[in-house]
Design a protein around this ligand. Structure first.
Ligand code: HAM
Length: 411
């Protein structure tokens, strides 16, 4: 058997761990400044949760979930996204009854059985944020400001925020009918997916990636022109707040998104450099979803960023060696240096000390190979004199440290 990871699932290997850590640290810092706390739901949930939350007619639920029967015969699925699990936890633990704020972030792997390609994996990672008791446009604006601040801190450049309003339960049905009237006469020209979804979710035809669907829907009625006055006022306020905060965005009346729960504000952050899978983030408002799942009559909004796509846009990670390598020549030197090395590590310094028994030449070759910044050479003579040479491998300069002062020299 060939030893190989599953198709579409990748190992995270050094030195890229540095990039992943940087993204996660920056995310935690940014989200916490906006009052978010971490909520970690399990990776697996009842299949019915995703069917109800994400939507029966979505690609995700129809054909992309990793669904299994467990040993008790229950249908369970690996999470394809985080929102459903966060909402389930919010309802199950009655978090809605606490004073709040009800803002949660989740970082971790998601699973979708799609055809792998550049920027599209079967196991990928999301930074996901939800605000769960916010009905007003302030929450939408706050979330979008947070997203743009985070992307700016990562210095990715060239990212555009696309913004749309999908209307609400009271105005969308009329728009849906208007769109159906437009689409039905040309149904045969649409792709099989759009034809199949025509009755249940005709809006998806608007952002279908198939070229002939894009051409056929070019003159379709646009959503923002058809929303009710309440939705229009909500959207206008979101835009006003974004303008006040200096967030730039592009209105995209055809942005529908692939999950069923969205209402009113929806958005995506896209970057042309990523090619076909250009979205680094996507989200929106999902009023009504909490009560649909049996929760309180509260509204919510959120987004998720794809970590692999963010990392693809960052400059490659550099290998960084330890700050110090101690070259112990012989057991006696190793024994003396062992507690000192452990103390330095306790203080957070990256130090390597290969086991005793290697020649000076071999140890210096190793220091070079692991890109150590400095090498301390300790043999019998050094132990006797109490003077340890510390060599800077970049400049070649050397200085002497007393054994007593060894740890202090790295303070
Ligand atoms: P989504 O648009 O399906 O939304 O995914 C959000 C982001 O996850 C995408 O913009 C992309 O960066 C990344 N992503 C999605 N699928 C893949 C994949 N197969 N491979 C690599 N990256 C991927 C959601 O998941 C919603 N739950 C977001 C949300 C939260 N809406 C409200 N709250």
């Amino acid at each position: 058997m060939k030893l190989q990871a599953i198709r579409g699932m990748k190992d995270l290997l050094p030195p890229d761990d540095r990039l992943w850590r940087r993204v996660e640290e920056l995310a935690r810092q940014t989200f916490m400044a906006f009052g978010f706390a971490e909520l970690r739901p399990p990776l697996v949930e009842h299949t019915s949760l995703f069917a109800r939350a994400v939507g029966q007619t979505t690609d995700i639920v129809e054909k992309e979930m990793y669904t299994f029967q467990d040993r008790g015969g229950e249908s369970i699925s690996l999470r394809p996204e985080a929102t459903a699990g966060v909402l389930r936890a919010y309802i199950e633990h009655k978090i809605y009854a606490s004073p709040g704020p009800h803002k949660f972030f989740t970082i971790g792997p998601m699973f979708r059985y799609d055809r792998p390609q550049k920027g599209r994996l079967r196991q990928f990672h999301q930074l996901n944020c939800e605000i769960l008791d916010e009905a007003g446009p302030e929450g939408d604006a706050e979330l979008l400001v947070m997203l743009t601040q985070f992307l700016a801190k990562l210095e990715l450049g060239n990212i555009t925020i696309l913004l749309n309003s999908l209307g609400c339960a009271s105005c969308r049905p009329a728009y849906r009918q208007k769109l159906l009237n437009f689409l039905l006469p040309q149904k045969d020209g649409l792709c099989p997916d759009c034809q199949r979804r025509m009755e249940l979710n005709p809006l998806r035809a608007l952002d279908c990636k198939v070229e002939r669907c894009q051409t056929l829907t070019l003159n379709a009625p646009e959503l923002p022109d058809s929303v009710c006055p309440e939705c229009a006022a909500h959207f206008a306020k979101v835009r006003e707040l974004l303008d006040l905060a200096g967030v730039s965005y592009k209105l995209e009346p055809r942005l529908v998104r692939g999950l069923d729960y969205y209402q009113r504000t929806t958005f995506e952050a896209v970057c042309g450099e990523l090619g076909a899978q250009s979205a680094v983030a996507g989200g929106g408002r999902y009023d009504g979803l909490l009560s649909l799942l049996g929760g309180p009559d509260q509204q919510g909004i959120g987004f998720a960023m794809g970590m692999e796509r963010l990392i693809m846009l960052m400059p490659p990670a550099q290998e960084v060696g330890p700050r110090l390598m101690v070259a112990a020549l012989g057991e006696a030197a190793y024994t003396v240096m062992f507690p000192l090395v452990m103390r330095l590590r306790e203080r957070g310094l990256t130090v390597e000390m290969p086991p005793a028994g290697k020649s000076l030449k071999a140890l210096m070759r190793k220091a070079d190979k692991i890109k150590a910044a400095q090498v301390a050479i300790v043999g019998e003579a050094e132990l006797a004199s109490g003077q340890i040479p510390l060599k800077d491998l970049g400049s070649g300069q050397q200085r002497l440290l007393t054994l007593n002062d060894f740890c202090r020299a790295f303070a």
